[in-house]
Design a protein around this ligand. Structure first.
Ligand code: GLA
Ligand code: ZN
Length: 691
């Protein structure tokens, strides 16, 4: 096992509570200060203890250039402190006042079509503009100077949901400089990496390079990849410059920025090292018509796990979630009774030490006036949603013993942003939005563990593999430098690796490996992948296990979407295709390598295959389970522990009552009842066992 910590301090040790609260916009209610007092009363009633303030407050803090008005924020910070509550204080760069755009048009982003946006909206500033950097740093400094010793200041919330990209001249120059550095000022190195011999795309100098554009260059994959890397680097650089005054003046206040799950635009693994704590905004659409509740729950668990892993298992913040519904999904369905509690505690189960909302109070006007909130337009506490939120507040108070605990799983699934960029860009397989299915495949493999109650880390390919017994690398098309070597060493030392179709095709520049796929993983997997067949939705193939396969797998399963045609070159064949011209050729292989084994699954299969395969593999490898019990369909178990006390969250994501056998003496932290033998879970019910 790894030597990573088992228990972390509270997010800010000066306030060792589960944080509960949300985005609070008192600046929208400055004309009615009596509402501020009412907010404080309601906050206490709802058992909320933390409010995120200042997220979009720039125009209220600096109404004219250089004229500041902090009075209203002083009042709010004082009111929060007087109630014993805390503030997650934001820097306001997510949106800016109109005077700034008028005077300094360079702050307004230029889109990839090379048109400059007009003033308005949010999350649309240039990330290079020296003026925007100077102005944000100035206001951040003033905030830090003013509140550095304020008792309410708990956490810094940098900007809001960084995203998008700017293609202005300043950014073009920054991109060229970034490329010069990456390629050591050697344009031929860039030409090779981008394979610019294709279509006469060769460059003579870095000055000739521009960012990708829909009406210009967009078909050079190395170029696209490097642009995306640059966007992450430049956004991170912008974030770091926002942090300078905060680090200087408030070295003990932890810093976060709210991320957006698997948002494709930013590689969060590159941002995470700069932050003290990870936070993310989670808006699943529960109760859908196309997915079972528990299937969606597994997908969300996958993203929670990414957030826990971004800082090596350290508890994260659920910065935003809705207490009821959002207003931007195709269908904005209400959370059914019990779902608010279940989905909130799901975050905690996977490592969150907070449950926070967007938003505290519904605004009267503009585009978010019908977005769910703790306090509705009616203005009082006698609403279903307010009662749901209060219930979560009470639960969180009982969950203080869980603060700082984590989980150290035996299994990890690799989900890699750069790999995703490369796969999505590839003109291959099945083209069209969402057709490549990388994220879907990762989530499917993950689900096979989730439903068995086996905790999993979801990691980047550059993470350390050595603490795991099992590493699953679905569709790891791109192998960055050292990854194949580290995966090989992992297997050699006794680890089990699972790879799939579309693994080991290209290097970090999206240049294909020569000499056969899976490239540098050929040796450890003991296979050669000769071709890959992309199927129509109506096409299928079959998977038939070899009689003497070593996991004792039986049954017949369907293969679909992608069928790779592989040759065993040292590996043993555990299953073969049943039809088409590649019938009887291998679809599942296993190779002994050093002290470990490498499995390769050459096709996308129906889920039942993954259930069977990972069920047996988990048994063979004796993977850590959250609880030693059989879980009925729809129920998940998730562990948090400090190494001695175990907290097991049993969650029923189904619309029926379920019963779970409890093998050890335990207490339900939420009700204080002793559980032994069995425990009943009502629809959407949660039990938190303390063992
Ligand atoms: C995002 C933003 C919030 C709000 C919510 C609405 O997460 O950060 O400001 O717009 O979406 O769901
Ligand atoms: Zn720009």
């Amino acid at each position: 096992m790894s030597s990573k910590p088992r228990q972390y301090p509270a997010i800010n040790p000066s306030f060792p509570n589960m944080l509960h609260g949300g985005d609070y916009n008192p600046d929208q209610w400055i004309r009615t200060p009596e509402i501020w007092d009412e907010d404080m009363r309601l906050m206490n009633l709802a058992h909320c203890n933390t409010m995120s303030v200042g997220i979009f407050s720039w125009a209220m803090l600096e109404p004219e250039e250089g004229c500041y008005e902090f009075g209203w924020l002083d009042t709010i910070m004082d009111k929060l402190a007087a109630e014993g509550a805390r503030a997650v204080l934001a820097t306001p760069s997510g949106a800016w006042p109109a005077w700034l755009s008028k005077k300094y048009p360079e702050v307004m982003r230029i889109e990839s079509n090379r048109h400059r946006n007009l003033h308005g909206g949010r999350h649309n500033h240039c990330f290079t503009s020296p003026v925007y950097r100077e102005k944000t740093q100035k206001i951040n400094r003033l905030l830090a100077e003013r509140y550095k010793d304020h008792p309410a200041l708990l956490v810094w919330h940098i900007s809001n949901e960084y995203g998008g990209e700017c293609h202005c001249d300043l950014c073009q120059n920054a991109f060229r400089d970034w490329l010069r550095k990456r390629y050591n000022h050697d344009i031929d190195a860039l030409n090779l990496a981008w394979w610019t011999g294709f279509w006469s795309h060769r460059f003579n100098s870095f000055d000739q390079i521009e960012s990708p554009a829909p009406h210009g260059e967009h078909s050079v994959h190395g170029h696209n990849l490097d642009w995306r890397r640059f966007v992450t680097a430049q956004t991170t650089d912008f974030m770091k410059q926002e942090m300078i005054p905060l680090r200087e003046l408030t070295p003990n206040i932890p810093i976060t920025t709210n991320m957006m799950g698997t948002y494709p635009g930013l590689d969060y693994w590159k941002m995470a090292p700069e932050l003290d704590v990870i936070s993310w905004d989670n808006y699943p659409s529960w109760h859908r018509d196309d997915r079972k509740t528990w299937q969606l729950a597994s997908d969300i668990a996958f993203v929670h796990d990414i957030n826990r892993c971004l800082k090596g298992g350290k508890p994260f913040m659920l910065m935003e979630s809705t207490p009821s519904h959002v207003n931007w999904q195709p269908v904005n369905k209400l959370k059914r009774p019990g779902m608010h509690r279940l989905s909130s505690l799901q975050a905690v189960a996977h490592g969150a030490d907070t449950v926070q909302y967007f938003q505290w109070r519904k605004s009267r006007g503009a585009s978010e006036k019908f977005h769910g909130a703790v306090v509705d337009h009616v203005g009082h506490e006698h609403t279903r949603v307010f009662r749901d939120v209060t219930e979560v507040g009470l639960d969180l108070e009982k969950l203080s013993p869980v603060i700082g605990t984590t989980v150290r799983p035996d299994a990890a699934v690799i989900y890699d942003w750069e790999n995703r960029w490369a796969i999505d860009d590839a003109q291959a397989l099945r083209n069209g939005r969402g057709e490549k299915k990388y994220e879907e495949v990762c989530k499917q493999h993950y689900q096979a563990f989730w439903e068995q109650g086996i905790p999993v880390d979801v990691i980047d390919s550059e993470c350390d593999f050595s603490g795991y017994k099992l590493v699953v690398a679905p569709m790891l098309y791109m192998l960055k430098p050292g990854v194949a070597e580290r995966l090989t060493a992992f297997v050699e030392a006794g680890g089990t690796l699972v790879t799939t179709f579309f693994t080991g095709y290209v290097d970090q520049s999206d240049l294909c490996f020569l000499g056969g796929f899976p490239g540098p993983l050929k040796k450890v997997t003991g296979i050669w992948s000769e071709e890959i067949d992309s199927l129509y939705d109506t096409d299928t193939n079959g998977v038939r296990f070899s009689v003497d396969n070593e996991l004792g797998l039986a049954g017949a399963w369907m293969a679909h979407t992608y069928c790779e045609i592989i040759h065993a070159e040292g590996a043993r064949v555990a299953a073969s295709y049943t039809t088409d011209f590649y019938a009887d050729q291998p679809v599942l292989t296993v190779n002994d390598y050093g002290k470990g084994q490498a499995w390769h699954l050459a096709a996308m299969t129906e889920y039942g295959f993954l259930q069977a395969f990972y069920g047996k593999l988990a048994e063979k490898l004796t993977l850590l389970h959250s609880l030693d019990t059989e879980l009925p369909e729809g129920v998940s178990a998730q562990l948090r522990t400090d190494g001695s006390t175990r907290f097991v969250f049993l969650m029923n994501y189904s619309e029926e009552e379920k019963t779970v056998a409890i093998p050890e003496k335990a207490t339900d932290l939420l009700t204080g009842t002793e559980c032994f033998g069995t425990v009943g879970l009502e629809p959407y019910g949660v039990v938190v066992l303390k063992i």
